[in-house]
Ligand binder design. Structure first.
Ligand code: PDD
Length: 285
């Protein structure tokens, strides 16, 4: 049984309890983060905490913890769970009131929950061993605040489930203009003629930490062009490679889109090259 953190306590996961009046449970009124830790080394620690703070500010949840406070709890959790490869799932809700009321109540304490789970070793730049995805395209039917990493994920959950029912691993979401937004739980990169492109950040896209790190690494260590711009569904269908990026997945090459093999149906050469750079530099962040 893993050891979780809940409101100041370290305890076995099956002993963690919250009130049914917790607004995370009632309304999805909270913010979350997912941070991978490989052999005790976190990827993108301060980037994740900065995004968490922006999310809490946008929901007016008051939790002014410093980077050092978060770090101390993470180090303790990693130690208590025996290092190795683990994910830290942080879930901060507005907390529990004494009644159910949509408006933000005053004076309640946020609920802070951290779940630690064992995860696989990170993706490596080997087309034979790579973890690959099949994806199916779906019109993005979520809300207009996808830039907030809210725990209210029903739209994402429904898109993911629909792709699973298609026999796929992830949904490739597009807006009413047939422009790609992101995946149900990932960002998207499309590769054509050796050049990479990822959709611009707006209210329909989560500013992914993996996306950010990847973009920065390519800018520093590769001569290849990587653009942030509008990427259409037609471009995705015609792409040489598509990658799904997320902290829980690294860079996953897509081998099939809507039931058709993408490229030659194998992880592509640009993925292999950039995945090698990502493997080398992911812990710099
Ligand atoms: N999700 N877009 C969405 C909708 C996501 O849910 C995620 C990640 C991403 C990628 O963000 P990052 O690179 O910061 O992980 C993009 C996490 C992993 C999850 O829901 O578990």
């Amino acid at each position: 049984m893993s050891i979780a953190y809940l409101n100041g306590e370290y305890l076995p996961l099956d002993q963690a309890r919250i009130s049914p009046l917790d607004r995370g449970f009632l309304f999805g009124d909270g913010i979350y983060e997912y941070i991978p830790s490989y052999d005790g080394k976190l990827v993108g620690f301060s980037l994740h905490i900065e995004r968490l703070k922006r999310g809490l500010d946008s929901l007016k949840i008051d939790l002014p913890w410093s980077l050092e406070q978060w770090r101390e709890i993470f180090d303790e959790l990693i130690k208590r769970n025996g290092a190795g490869n683990q994910s830290l799932y942080l879930h901060i809700s507005r907390g529990a009131d004494t009644k159910r009321d949509h408006a933000y109540p005053k004076g309640i304490k946020p609920t802070v929950f951290i779940l630690v789970s064992k995860i696989d070793p990170p993706q490596i730049a080997d087309p034979e061993l790579a973890h690959t995805f099949k994806v199916s395209s779906k019109q993005d039917l979520r809300w207009d605040r996808c830039h907030i990493k809210s725990t209210a994920l029903l739209g994402n959950v429904m898109h993911k489930q629909s792709s699973v029912e298609d026999g796929c691993d992830e949904a490739l979401l597009y807006n009413e203009k047939e422009e790609i937004t992101e995946g149900a739980s990932s960002n998207i990169v499309v590769v054509k003629d050796g050049k990479m492109a990822t959709p611009l950040l707006d209210h329909h896209v989560l500013p992914g930490i993996t996306r950010y790190i990847l973009f920065d690494i390519v800018g520093k260590y590769s001569k290849r062009l990587f653009e942030e711009r509008v990427v259409t569904l037609a471009e995705a269908r015609d792409a040489d490679e598509i990658w799904v990026t997320a902290s829980s997945k690294d860079l996953v090459p897509v081998v099939e889109l809507d039931g058709k093999p993408l490229g030659d149906g194998k992880p592509g050469p640009v993925w292999q090259e950039v995945m090698a750079l990502y493997s080398e530099h992911r812990f710099d962040y």
